[in-house]
Design a protein around this ligand. Sequence first.
Ligand SMILES: [Zn+2]
Length: 96
Amino acid sequence: MSPVRLVILAILFYIGYRMLRGLGSSGSGQVEEEKKDRAGKEPGVQDVLVEDPVCHTLIPRHQAVRLRQQGKTWYFCSEDCCDRFIEGGETPRDDV
Ligand SMILES: [Zn+2]
C-alpha cells in the first residue's frame, strides 16, 4: 500500500467527517458578532462641540462628562473639571 493512497483515504475520510458534522449541527457553530451601529444611534450628535465651563475646552458632546444641575446640562472635558465645577459652585452666566 502506497502512502499516497493512505493520504487520499485520510482526506476523503476527513471530508466525509466534516460533511456529517456540517449536516448535524446546522449552523450552531456560528459566532455571533455584535455589530454596533455607531452612526445610527444619535444622528448628528457626534459633530456637536460643547464648551467646558471650567477650562473652556471644546469637546465633542458624546465624549463629554455630563452634569445636570438646575434643569441645565453641563458638559466637561473630564471628571476633574466636573468636580471643580461642583466644588466651586460657580455658574457661568453665558446662556448657550
Ligand atoms: Zn475641562
